[in-house]
Ligand binder design. Structure first.
Ligand code: HEC
Ligand code: HEC
Ligand code: HEC
Ligand code: HEC
Ligand code: HEC
Ligand code: HEC
Ligand code: HEC
Length: 674
């Protein structure tokens, strides 16, 4: 017996040994203590105590100033009576203005010279350092929404934010969720079971987003347990310069690739930490077009840089020469973001010559002396005659990294990081054929996520049904095991297709659909599935089943006003008036700006309590939030008729029909009034 045990023990050791030696790099990375879940974030002020030099320059960078309270000192915008935005599609004006040190935005509508409607909201946060823009956030009882006003600094001009133009102005209802927040800020505290309700919002991207949580480092340094960082790695904190090219790039790519991000199962936008592989947490997909060279996505610096021969070649050379190189920083000769950028110093404070000297460190002119030559990568330089180059002061960047408009943000231009021989505009190919989705940060591993990628592409970017067909190819539903395994995806797929019958079919094929939805998570995945099932039953005509699933969604995500709204409406429909009443009350206490809840609650007060005065107050409240809310207008016309205010009722109904000419109910009511 004893002997056998020993042998097993020995075998175990051998197996463990061989698995560690196989992935040597990964093991080295794993020893960073900041990767351990137990290490806490300590904040930028703690780093400042010992690294004040880094702090002082960093807080003036775009990242250091990316997010803050809306104070005069933070704003880059111009204010005054002429700084008014007009949305001709929705016929609203927007005027930002200060009162003391608080920023407000006034939404209003004119009829001739008269102001016929006004709504004022306080701006709580400004996002964007102002290098390109300032966008604005409102805080409604902790729920954060984007305001419909952005200042574009390059053009010194106010306008609607990106995505709000051309009839898509969502006014005050665009939620700022974790995805958006975690690229533009340090980690906030979000209320679990919500999408955009926060209890603490920091001011700007801090050191730990690139260096990892510093709890252990601060403790070690305070205890005097330092290492000689010129010769060793301090494993209590990540120095990106000491990571491999890919792991180093992953830090920047976490935020500098803005694409279609698909989280790994069970992961959230909080989970990536410097030193990890980004693909362990998320895969980022981009649409690929044939001849898409000019499709320039705003946050695509990393992706563009990787297309450059400078990157591809220097990486290959460095990898070939790893053995002979520097062991502490084995990849320092390859091109990464840090080759040209010191992330602690803004590009605004980096002289053009500093960038050009980086080019010249690898591209050498015959006989020329440059400081900081790259010892490994040494290649020929510009083939354009000097006389031509001198016309632009031999500024390499100006010709080879051209400034151009980016397709997704208006009024903004940025630097194309695809370094290449200049393309003249006539050579620029138009976006032609859409080929498919490609994973930018892990080509192989991304394949397993293609189903989710297509679903989220359809949902967030382009709703063409063929994308759902593409998704389905990766989401089998042939057997019961498939259905259990792919339950969330299948429900989402059928739901997005508006095929409610199919959703019901999938649910019925699952042995325990309701019980399988138990998880409270940052992504609210189970809550969403429950909601989608509820909505499908509702559309299918089974209100009782719908209520069951809406209850589930609300239980898993109680701070998701949309789910509670659906629940209350279904209860109202089913005649469960007291339950509906409680839910409307809860919802409106939590989120007093929820327009359609005011409308339905008003109707409940009218139909159940016959309380016209209170119902009227609810409709007025709804119309003060949204003068174009069709249901509120219709219901309000009803109470006006009841009060025999026929002229007012007619005016309201005429306005309704102008907004929605096909509204037969309103037209019929108008005919009766004549
Ligand atoms: C009590 C002083 C102290 C505090 C607080 C402190 N550091 Fe350090 N840090 C040091 C010292 C000393 C070194 C160099 C010696 C070492 O790393 O052991 C260092 C080294 C580093 C390195 C380089 C490690 C390497 O391997 O090259 C990084 C990166 C770093 N600190 C970031 C941070 C960040 C981020 C914070 C805040 C979370 C922070 N430090 C807080 C004292 C401090
Ligand atoms: C947490 C997300 C995040 C990470 C991680 C991140 N960035 Fe950024 N970065 C941003 C955002 C957001 C902006 C735009 C900020 C603004 O101007 O409001 C930005 C701006 C910049 C700028 C231009 C602004 C300036 O003042 O210089 C540079 C250069 C930059 N980042 C480089 C890097 C590099 C290099 C890395 C990796 C070492 C990196 N970033 C990692 C989010 C991030
Ligand atoms: C994957 C990360 C990511 C996500 C998600 C993201 N952004 Fe950005 N955004 C960036 C980066 C990086 C930049 C800087 C690009 C540059 O400087 O060229 C940027 C630029 C901006 C700017 C211009 C800042 C300035 O002054 O230069 C604004 C405003 C902005 N984003 C708002 C938003 C909002 C609002 C959302 C969510 C609804 C969002 N972004 C989602 C990464 C992201
Ligand atoms: C956008 C990412 C980013 C942010 C934010 C950032 N750093 Fe760094 N930091 C880096 C990178 C990349 C390196 C490695 C630079 C290199 O190798 O050239 C680095 C290196 C360092 C080092 C190592 C020693 C040195 O002198 O290079 C220290 C210390 C440091 N950072 C402290 C800080 C502190 C303190 C803050 C916050 C005030 C901060 N960093 C914010 C990316 C960042
Ligand atoms: C070969 C040099 C080089 C490399 C490598 C490089 N950049 Fe840049 N970057 C520049 C130059 C030059 C500018 C323009 C500076 C200016 O406007 O003065 C710039 C500007 C930026 C800006 C400001 C916004 C804009 O587009 O003008 C951001 C953000 C940025 N770089 C991020 C990155 C990231 C992230 C990486 C790594 C994926 C990276 N850069 C790699 C040279 C480089
Ligand atoms: C880390 C070293 C390195 C840096 C820094 C670097 N390059 Fe390169 N670059 C290379 C290598 C290697 C090649 C491939 C050369 C070859 O194939 O002979 C290359 C290729 C090029 C090409 C040819 C592109 C093509 O499409 O054929 C141009 C143009 C170029 N670099 C310009 C620049 C400019 C401008 C800068 C500065 C903004 C720069 N490079 C910075 C290493 C570098
Ligand atoms: C006035 C614009 C301009 C400036 C400034 C300029 N280049 Fe060029 N560069 C060009 C053009 C155009 C070509 C292609 C010339 C040709 O067809 O031979 C070129 C070619 C190159 C190539 C060769 C690409 C190949 O075929 O392998 C490299 C490398 C390069 N440039 C690097 C640089 C560097 C480094 C600088 C700064 C010291 C610089 N360039 C400055 C316009 C410019």
């Amino acid at each position: 017996m004893r002997f056998v045990m020993c042998r097993n023990f020995f075998l175990l050791l051998v197996i463990c040994y061989s698995c560690t030696s196989k992935s040597k790099n990964e093991v080295a990375v794993k020893t960073y203590t900041s990767l351990s879940d137990t290490v806490s974030y300590t904040g930028i002020q703690s780093c400042r105590q010992c690294h004040s030099d880094k702090y002082e320059t960093y807080i003036h960078t775009g990242m250091g100033m990316s997010f803050d309270l809306a104070l005069q000192a933070k704003s880059s915008a111009r204010f005054g009576s002429h700084e008014i935005i007009y949305d001709k599609f929705k016929n609203f004006f927007y005027e930002p203005f200060w009162q003391n040190d608080s920023l407000y935005i006034r939404e209003f509508r004119l009829k001739g010279k008269d102001t016929v409607y006004t709504r004022i909201e306080k701006i709580s946060y400004i996002v964007g350092s102002g290098q390109h823009t300032n966008s604005h956030m409102i805080d409604m009882n902790g729920y954060i929404y984007q305001a419909p006003a952005t200042f574009y600094t390059q053009k010194q001009q106010w306008d609607l934010p990106p995505g709000f133009e051309a009839g898509y102005n969502s006014r005050f209802s665009r939620k700022i969720g974790l995805e958006c927040m975690s690229c533009h800020n340090s980690f906030p505290e979000i209320v679990k079971g919500s999408e955009n309700k926060y209890t603490a919002i920091p001011s700007g991207i801090n050191c730990e987003r690139c260096h990892g949580p510093g709890g252990e480092h601060v403790r070690s340094m305070q205890a005097g347990k330092t290492v000689n960082t010129l010769e060793q790695i301090d494993y209590s904190i990540v120095n990106p310069g000491k990571l491999s090219i890919d792991l180093q790039l992953d830090i920047c790519q976490r935020c500098h690739i803005q694409g279609n991000a698909v989280l790994q199962e069970g992961k959230s936008f909080f989970d990536y930490r410097p030193g990890m592989k980004l693909s362990d947490v998320m895969h980022i997909f981009m649409p690929a077009y044939s001849g898409d060279e000019e499709a320039h996505i705003m946050a695509s610096h990393a992706e563009r840089m990787k297309m450059s021969p400078c990157f591809i070649e220097s990486k290959a050379i460095t990898e070939r020469n790893r053995q002979n190189g520097d062991t502490l920083r084995p990849y320092k000769n390859a091109m990464t973001c840090v080759t040209c950028h010191n992330p602690h110093i803004s590009v605004k404070e980096t002289a053009t010559i500093d960038f050009n000297n980086r080019c010249r460190s690898c591209h050498r002119f015959e006989g020329e002396k440059t400081k900081n030559l790259n010892p490994l990568v040494n290649t020929h330089s510009c083939t354009l005659p000097l006389i031509e180059r001198q016309k632009v002061n031999d500024n390499c960047v100006q010709c080879h990294m051209q400034h151009s408009g980016s397709i997704d943000i208006p009024h903004v231009s940025n630097t194309d990081h695809w370094i290449r021989i200049p393309v003249t505009s006539s050579e620029k190919k138009k976006i032609s054929e859409f080929i498919g989705l490609v994973c930018i940060n892990d080509a192989e591993g991304g394949k397993a996520q293609l189903g989710n990628a297509w679903l989220s592409y359809f949902e967030k970017f382009a709703s063409s049904v063929q994308y759902l067909d593409s998704a389905k190819k990766y989401i089998p539903s042939d057997t019961r095991t498939d259905i259990i395994k792919n339950f969330h995806q299948l429900v989402r797929w059928a739901f997005l297709k508006n095929d409610f019958e199919k959703v019901v079919e999938i649910v019925n094929a699952h042995p325990a659909p309701n019980d399988s939805l138990q998880k409270v998570s940052y992504s609210n995945e189970d809550a969403w599935t429950a909601y989608r099932i509820g909505e499908s039953f509702y559309n299918y005509g089974d209100v009782q089943q719908a209520i069951l699933y809406f209850l589930k969604a609300v239980k898993l995500a109680p701070y998701y006003p949309d789910f509670r709204y659906k629940l209350a409406s279904a209860q109202q429909d089913a005649g469960q008036m007291e339950d509906a009443r409680q839910n409307y009350k809860l919802l409106l206490k939590e989120n007093p700006d929820y327009t359609s809840a005011w409308v339905n609650y008003g109707y409940l007060l009218l139909s159940t309590d016959h309380n016209i005065a209170e119902a009227d107050r609810c409709y007025d409240k709804a119309l003060s939030l949204d003068p174009d809310n069709i249901q509120a207008m219709f219901n309000k016309a009803g109470t006006l008729i009841y009060q025999q205010k026929f002229a007012d009722a007619k005016r309201m109904l005429h306005e309704l029909v102008r907004l929605q000419p096909e509204n037969e109910k309103a037209k019929a009511l108008l005919r009766q009034l004549k």
